[in-house]
Ligand binder design. Structure first.
Ligand SMILES: Nc1ncnc2c1ncn2[C@@H]1O[C@H](COP(=O)(O)OP(=O)(O)O)[C@@H](O)[C@H]1O
Ligand SMILES: [Mg+2]
Length: 237
């Protein structure tokens, strides 16, 4: 089993869309995938076909045994757990992460967490086999946040594998090109590829689905396949 923690370095960078699209590509390549929504916006399930008004999830129950009733399976066979609509403490989120270790896995299962942007990833119960991917956009705010995060990581003396990944890259923007080139030449933790900005991501969400099912030959879908292959190379699976 390989745990992946996907988190935006700030809100709205595209973390949830990435969890959903990556899950689908990994599932289609033959692995089992379990996706867990840790963000109180509880919008991951929308990418997997849940109705717009669906509001239940693990936060609505008192213990993990009851939360098992809230797992769903989408039409591709991805198992997922929505957040729900109750207020939680940060400790509840970390308990849910730990409780997921008790699930019954096959060896080649990917356990992918959609983490909220506002909780520092260095506080999570992480181990040395975990992979953390912080999603960034190519802009000046993320530039500043990456450097601050790198300082924090030094202090945390982290054991897990930590990366930054550029999402919603606009190839027509000179600023984005310059920032990406700068990060590539100076920051080894920035992944050596990006996920392009692609309308297909928004359109497939409007169908409560993912790019692979709505536009299999899209740029974005190629990018998610690159991401999946790169994660396989970093994983212990
Ligand atoms: N690669 C992309 N290209 C175009 N739009 C994207 C891309 N990734 C995400 N988006 C859009 O950005 C918005 C925020 O995405 P979301 O996944 O909800 O971010 P987060 O979970 O980080 O808040 C959504 O409208 C989504 O469709
Ligand atoms: Mg989100």
């Amino acid at each position: 089993m390989q745990r992946i923690f996907l988190k935006g370095i700030k809100g709205g960078t595209g973390a949830t869309s990435m969890v959903a699209n990556l899950s689908c590509v990994l599932k289609r390549s033959g692995s089992d995938v379990i996706a867990i929504d840790l963000d109180s916006k509880s919008d991951l399930g929308l990418h997997f076909g849940l109705p717009w008004k669906y509001s239940q999830g693990w936060s609505n129950v008192d213990n993990f045994e009851e939360a098992l009733q809230h797992f769903h399976i989408d039409s591709d066979g991805i198992v997922f757990l929505p957040f729900g609509d109750k207020t939680t403490k940060t400790a509840d989120i970390f308990n849910t992460v730990n409780n997921c270790n008790k699930l019954d896995y096959k060896n080649n299962t990917w356990l992918i967490f959609d983490c909220p942007a506002h909780i520092d990833i260095t506080l999570y119960p992480l181990t040395k086999n975990d992979i953390v991917v912080e999603i960034v956009n190519c802009d000046a705010i993320c530039h500043s946040l990456i450097y601050k995060k790198l300082q924090k990581l030094k202090q945390a003396d982290n054991q897990w594998k930590h990366f930054f990944l550029v999402n919603r890259y606009n190839s027509a923007s000179t600023l984005e090109f310059d920032l990406f080139s700068l990060w590539q030449s100076t920051l080894p933790l920035v992944a050596p590829f990006f996920i392009n900005s692609d309308e297909v991501i928004k359109e497939s969400t409007a169908y409560r689905n993912v790019a692979l099912n709505c536009a299999p030959y899209s740029v974005a879908n190629d990018d998610f396949e690159t991401l999946a292959g790169w994660l396989v190379s970093k994983s212990a699976l």
